[in-house]
Structures are given as structure tokens and as C-alpha cells.
Design a protein around this ligand. Structure first.
Ligand SMILES: Cc1cc2nc3c(=O)[nH]c(=O)nc-3n(C[C@H](O)[C@H](O)[C@H](O)COP(=O)(O)O)c2cc1C
Ligand SMILES: O=C(O)C(=O)c1ccccc1
Length: 346
């Protein structure tokens, strides 16, 4: 396997078609799903030459934790649909790669068990704020106790995206023996995840009173919301359109990045996900103002192909591609990239 795309092809062969389409699909006409990847393709890298740097530095520090490269694992639900070890395998691959896994609130392995499977991994916990704030607080306590280092609050999901591939397969529940383990509520069983239109900045404010963990807001697309996020004490913002799975026809994330980076103006780290498939995509995002990126589907394709090894291989392919592209761009470090190295051909 020599590229992330080959993993997707293999995953498609291996997975139940309903599960493949759950992972691969987007909302509506999948305009945004395609736009995320296509927008990277329209950008050109403008390399510098003869800058004589022997070694390259890929590591970054985010919210006080080192990652060996500027690539995180985005939160994605239901890893056990891709591999029996599920999120345990992903976390082990992330620990070996020395990067950061954002564990989905909708993981099919409980956050405590993900942490136990990979004690060395840096884990952040993704949260959909539930209107029942007492229940939200109990989930936050579990994430804290499991050793998660940040809360990544997803803010692009005031309703569930309408994904026609899921509707066509009638995919609306996990198979027997699998559930959202983080949603267990004592004798009440497993609660459904509520995506509520009532969630507001006020809830972010209340969450900050509940926990001392840094709060990352995921799903920011409007520069004005990036400014508001900082005013509300966000420790980082994540530019994301949920991989095209929520509101269709939003812009590609890489297209909004320059404006958001300008609005944030270095106040907090800026992360980006959506359509990152190559090391050159990572360089473009860093050049345009991201501190790091995250990958969603590619990790699932790796997991489906070969469990921990496959997810690990996906991360190592990206690392090798980043190192290669940095070298050819004349950069000794990921910090040497700047907006002048990215061109949009007219
Ligand atoms: C199958 C799948 C499940 C996802 N589940 C979640 C989730 O539980 N929480 C969340 O915040 N984002 C979720 N996302 C969105 C990802 O975090 C991320 O924004 C997106 O996948 C990035 O795009 P990429 O897949 O093109 O890399 C999911 C995405 C996919 C593909
Ligand atoms: O599928 C998704 O994109 C997603 O975010 C999600 C949220 C809750 C449960 C399952 C998946």
C-alpha cells in the first residue's frame, strides 16, 4: 500500500456496503464532501530552493502536548464497524505514531477502555453537548478520569446531517453487541446522542465552569464565529465542515482557512480537517495558517484494511509524504511554511 487512496479501495472491498457508505458518505448531493478534496487539488505549492537544511523537524506542540507530526486523528464514530478491536486499535496506532487521537463521543469502545489499551497515547475527547447538562457533566467526568487532555466540542451539529447513502441502506443503528459505550447511563441503559438546536454559546460558558480541561471548538467555518470562540475562552478552534456530513454546500475547509487564521491572529491554535489525503495537503494547510490538521476517513480505511497496523501505516505514509514535501519545498521545519508558498492558479 503506497497511498491513502489505496487504503480506501481496500476498505471498500472489505467492508459491508452499508458500513462503507456510512463511513464514506456525506450530506445531500455531497458537494462539500467532494469540495474538501478538490480544493486542495486547486492549490499549488511554490517551493524554495538551495536553502541547505540537512534535517527536517515535523513535531508540533498543541495545548501543551507534543505531537511528532502536525497530523491528528479526527473523531469518527463506530470504529468497531471497521475492525473488531475498534478504537483500541486506533489508539495503539496513534500511540506508536506519537500523535493525538480525538476520541469520538460515539466510540464503540468506552473511553476508559480506549485509554487503557494505549496508556501512552494522548487522547482528546470529542463531545456533543447534551441538553441535559447533568448528563453532559457525567460524560465529561469520565473523559477527565480516563486521562483525556482536552474536550473537543463539535458545534456544527445542531441537527443530524441528512445522508442519503445511509437512508438508502436503512442504516440507522449499530449491530447487536455494539453501542455508544460513552452514553451508558447506569440502569437507564445507553442513551441516544442528542444533536440539539438549542445548544448555544451559553452552554459553552457552562461547560467551562464544569471543567478545567481546555475546550476546542470543532466545526468553525465563519471567521466571526472564530472570534466569538476566542472571546468565550476556546483554547483552539478547528476549521471543519464535518467532512461534508452535516450542511451540504458549505465551502471547503481549506478555502475558509486564510480568513479564519486572520481572524484568530495567533490568539489560539487553528486546526483543520476535511479532505486531507496527502502530505502536500498538510503543507498547504500549514502554509495558510493551520497549526495542525486532522484526518478522519483515511484512518478508518486503514483500520478496515488491517486494524492497528493499517491505521499505523496510514499515519506513517502521511509522515513520510510530509517529510518529502518539506524537503522539496526547501523547509527545515513545519514552521517554515508561509502563505507565499501556496498559489491559486488563475
Ligand atoms: C464515519 C464518520 C464519523 C464521524 N463521526 C464524528 C463524530 O462522532 N464526532 C465529530 O465531531 N465528528 C465526526 N466526524 C467528522 C470528522 O471528525 C471530521 O470532521 C471529518 O471526517 C474530516 O474529514 P475527512 O474524513 O475528509 O478527513 C465523522 C466523520 C466520519 C467520516
Ligand atoms: O456520523 C457522524 O458524522 C457523526 O458525527 C455521528 C454522531 C453521533 C453518532 C454517530 C455518528
Amino acid at each position: 500500500m503506497f497511498s491513502l487512496r489505496e487504503f480506501e479501495a481496500l476498505a471498500r472491498e472489505r467492508l459491508d456496503p452499508a458500513h462503507y457508505d456510512y463511513f464514506a458518505g456525506g450530506a445531500g448531493d455531497e458537494v462539500t464532501l467532494r469540495a474538501n478534496e478538490a480544493a486542495f487539488g486547486r492549490l499549488a505549492l511554490l517551493p524554495r530552493v538551495l536553502r541547505g537544511a540537512e534535517k527536517r523537524q515535523l513535531d508540533v506542540t498543541l495545548l501543551g502536548r507534543r505531537a511528532s507530526m502536525p497530523v491528528l486523528v479526527a473523531p469518527t464514530a463506530f470504529h468497531r464497524l471497521a475492525h473488531p478491536e475498534g478504537e483500541r486499535a486506533t489508539a495503539r496506532a496513534v500511540a506508536a505514531a506519537e500523535t493525538i487521537m480525538i476520541v469520538s463521543m460515539a466510540s464503540t469502545v468506552a473511553i476508559e477502555d480506549v485509554a487503557a489499551a494505549a496508556p501512552e497515547a494522548t487522547l482528546w475527547f470529542q463531545l456533543y453537548i447534551q441538553p441535559d447538562m447533568a448528563f453532559t457533566e457525567s460524560i465529561v467526568r469520565r473523559a477527565e478520569a480516563a486521562g483525556c487532555r482536552a474536550l473537543v466540542v463539535t458545534v456544527d451539529s445542531s441537527a443530524r446531517g441528512r445522508r442519503e447513502r445511509e437512508l438508502r441502506h436503512g442504516f440507522d443503528d449499530l449491530p447487536d453487541g455494539m453501542c455508544c459505550e460513552n452514553l451508558r447511563d447506569g440502569d437507564a441503559g445507553v442513551r441516544p446522542i442528542v444533536m440539539s438546536p438549542s445548544i448555544s454559546w451559553e452552554h459553552v460558558h457552562r461547560l467551562r465552569q464544569i471543567t478545567a480541561l481546555p475546550i476546542v471548538l470543532k466545526g468553525i467555518l465563519h471567521p466571526e464565529d472564530a472570534r466569538t470562540a476566542i472571546l468565550h475562552g476556546a483554547a483552539a478552534v478547528m476549521v471543519s465542515n464535518h467532512g461534508g456530513r452535516q450542511l451540504d454546500t458549505t465551502p471547503a475547509t481549506i478555502e475558509m482557512l486564510p480568513e479564519i487564521a486572520a481572524a484568530v491572529c495567533g490568539a489560539v491554535p487553528v486546526l483543520l480537517d476535511g479532505g486531507v489525503r496527502r502530505g502536500t495537503d498538510v503543507l498547504k494547510a500549514l502554509a495558510l495558517g493551520a497549526d495542525a490538521v486532522a484526518v478522519g476517513r483515511p484512518v478508518i480505511w486503514g483500520l478496515a484494511a488491517d486494524g492497528e497496523r493499517g491505521a499505523g501505516r496510514v499515519l506513517e505514509l502521511l509522515r513520510a509524504e510530509i517529510e518529502q514535501a518539506l524537503t522539496l519545498c526547501g523547509c527545515a521545519s513545519v514552521h517554515d511554511l508561509d502563505p507565499g508558498m501556496v498559489r491559486r492558479p488563475c
